[in-house]
Ligand binder design. Structure first.
Ligand code: PLP
Length: 350
């Protein structure tokens, strides 16, 4: 049985959260004399709506879900941090990650003094249930992070494996769908109804093109979000951002076009890369990046940096791999030019 109270840190369970002036009264009024704000209008002299009501509705609509299943944060990273602080007792509890994967889970765990259990994905970057199984009964294991499509490998994680963990693990399964908007595959959001221990992370930083704005989404059932809301800074999304995003969401067609353009550029990148003899393997990708295995990743990485082309060197996690984000046509053409030059310098024809 899923027991949220047993998962929650005792001090958080007992916590009486800060009650902001605007959370106690948030209707219409003739005089706002409750929050020590400056009454002279600068357009930003009032505190933002701590319940994020209007924005939550608009964002939930984008994903055909209910705003009561959504908490907006200052980037997914804040969502991840709230999960640690709500459910993981420092020096006692543990989390599990399936490696190689996004580096932030482990860092957030270390910041909160939580042990990370690393279980490797198999050679197709899929979970190995037989290796995970022995840990599932450990009551100190609070969260399992699954990233799908996975960063840096680009593949989707098998749904059977995700469902198995959701059914057999009493802690929280955190499914990071930061890149799901690039994939034709269905999000796991409709499964929130079936699994009380499912938490889904999404972000405006990738497909939506708003990494600089810092907005992340944490989707879960209301009891989990109620715990996170207890510890969330009440005004974590500024008025500036709330207004900007509401406005931005009025033109969602542009975002869809961008995603389809990027997927086109991805096909082009894969095709071009496969023509170089130093490229050993191109991993299939459902995201806006491609992981490539090359003959000598550090050599190529340094060559590209020397020519002002920056990619991500993932050699420490997967030998001789580079992760290349899908850029504009122009950026990719610059990359191809330098790769060609690298190949020619490596194999002089004379
Ligand atoms: C980029 C990325 C995010 C986004 O984090 P933000 O804090 O929302 O910018 C989340 N998860 C993964 C796996 C990512 O690669």
């Amino acid at each position: 049985m899923f027991d949220l109270n047993a998962l929650t840190r005792k001090n958080i369970l007992d916590l009486k959260p800060y009650s902001s002036a605007r959370s106690e009264f948030n209707g219409e009024a003739d005089a706002w004399l409750d929050a020590n704000e400056n009454p002279f209008s600068s357009h930003y002299n009032r505190y933002p709506d701590p319940s994020q009501k209007q924005l939550s509705q608009a964002v939930a609509d984008c994903y055909q879900t209910d705003p009561q299943n959504l908490l907006l944060c200052n980037g997914s990273d804040q969502g991840i941090d709230l999960l640690f602080r709500a459910f993981c007792e420092p020096k006692e509890d543990k989390i599990m990650i399936l490696t190689p994967t996004y580096g932030m889970y482990k860092v957030s765990a270390a910041i909160n003094d939580i042990e990370t259990i690393n279980v490797p994905l198999n050679k197709d970057f899929q979970p190995q249930i037989n290796l995970i199984e022995p840990y599932l009964e450990d009551p100190k294991l609070k969260m399992i992070f699954i990233c799908s499509p996975n960063n840096p490998t680009g593949n989707l994680i098998n749904q059977e494996a995700i469902n198995y963990l959701l059914k057999n693990f009493k802690g929280l399964v955190i499914l990071d769908e930061a890149y799901m908007d690039f994939s034709p595959t269905e999000s796991y959001l409709p499964n929130l109804n079936s699994f009380p221990n499912l938490v889904i992370l999404k972000t405006f930083s990738k497909a939506w093109g708003l990494a600089g704005v810092r907005i992340g989404m944490t989707f879960a059932n209301p009891p989990i979000l109620a715990v996170l809301n207890k510890i969330r800074p009440p005004y974590n999304i500024s008025i500036l951002i709330q207004r900007f995003l509401l406005d931005f969401l009025k033109d969602k067609e542009q975002v869809k076009e961008n995603v389809s353009d990027l997927n086109g550029n991805k096909s082009k990148l894969i095709k071009e890369l496969s023509s170089f003899d130093f490229v050993k393997k191109i991993y299939p990708s459902q995201a806006n990046f491609v992981l490539v295995e090359v003959e000598d990743a550090p050599l190529l990485y340094n060559y590209l940096v020397g020519h002002r082309i920056i990619v991500r060197n993932r050699t420490n996690e997967i030998a001789n791999t580079l992760r290349i984000s899908i850029g504009t046509h122009n950026e990719l053409n610059q990359l191809f030019k330098k790769l060609k030059q690298f190949q020619d310098e490596k194999n002089p024809i004379y």
